[in-house]
Design a protein around this ligand. Structure first.
Ligand code: ARG
Length: 284
């Protein structure tokens, strides 16, 4: 590796990457299925294997635990098939919880269900939001800044609401591709100052903002974005992502990360993967 790369920080030795143990909230896909269509991935007429979804989800959970992360679970509710996508349930930073308010009626009841879990688990600084936001689906913390998606689900006004509540700068990004309807399907946070994303998922103005903030970002190919390779979770060293995203797996390894391919094909039928199943609980 050329010395200049090492100095500029675009490549780092794997030994230099440190995993930070996390607390993560997940929801077992006990009542999972595709019974309605609120994104282009969902085909209610096509079969879903709930047992296989459960198995794939258990494997993800075990993988997190084997990497030293702590998993909390929220009870699934019959009639809320998308509740498995815990990332959408809230946004938690510094122990403060911004509740989620969903765009579609099919998911509305998930907002209070998740908020209730936080209240019952002792969280005191909890806000029921005024504007629509779909949790970490669209609000991603990078270092001490929040990147906020809009265009399909989260209301632009929720970005200001998040900024006021958390007291952190929020940068708005606009999504344009309906297959990448949440920010976490088009961009993943790798470390406090690194992200990976697929530029075409954003307006040209948002692409320029991302170049400005993250000139060294890992850029995904259309193929890797299309298999949800950006719906990834990073602990600073290990990056869990769909195993079909082979180009990203390669790029991440070159950057000194430890990419780990995961199979979540049954959940992809609802338009979700690794990150969608994972809500980070960041304490104060
Ligand atoms: N079927 C769900 C929806 O369309 C999938 C949610 C995926 N979650 C995510 N964080 N991107 O709302």
């Amino acid at each position: 590796m050329p010395l200049t790369d090492v100095i500029s920080g675009t490549h780092r030795e794997i030994g230099a990457r440190k995993a930070v143990p996390r607390r993560l909230l997940m929801c077992r896909p006990q009542y999972y299925g595709v019974t309605y269509r609120i994104n282009p991935w969902m085909h209610p007429d096509k079969p879903v294997d709930t047992d296989l979804a459960l198995l794939q989800w258990e494997q993800l959970r075990e993988l997190y635990e084997s990497l030293g992360h702590t998993i909390e679970v929220i009870d699934p509710i019959d009639g809320l098939p998308d509740m498995v996508f815990a990332a959408n349930g809230a946004t938690v930073v510094d122990g403060k919880v911004l509740g989620a308010r969903f765009r579609h009626a099919e998911r509305t009841a998930e907002g209070p269900a998740y908020l209730d879990w936080f209240v019952r688990n002792g969280y005191q600084d909890v806000l029921w939001p005024e504007h629509i936001n779909e949790g970490e689906g669209d609000l991603l913390l990078v270092g001490r800044r929040i990147l906020a998606g809009a265009g399909f689900r989260t209301d632009q006004r929720a970005h200001a609401e998040a900024q006021e509540f958390f007291g952190l700068p929020v940068t708005s990004l606009t999504l344009v591709n309906p297959n990448h309807y949440h920010l976490d399907t088009a961009l993943a946070v790798l470390s406090p100052d690194e992200v990976m994303y697929w530029p075409e998922a954003f307006t040209s103005g948002s692409q320029a903002v991302l170049r400005e903030l993250f000139p060294d970002a890992v850029l995904a190919s259309e193929e890797d974005a299309a298999v949800f390779g950006l719906n990834a979770f990073s602990d600073g060293r290990n990056v869990l992502l769909p195993s079909a995203a082979t180009g990203l797996i390669d790029s991440l390894r070159k950057r000194g990360f430890n990419p780990i391919g995961v199979e979540l094909g049954e959940l992809l039928k609802a338009g979700g993967s690794v990150k969608c199943c994972t809500l980070e609980l960041r304490s104060a």
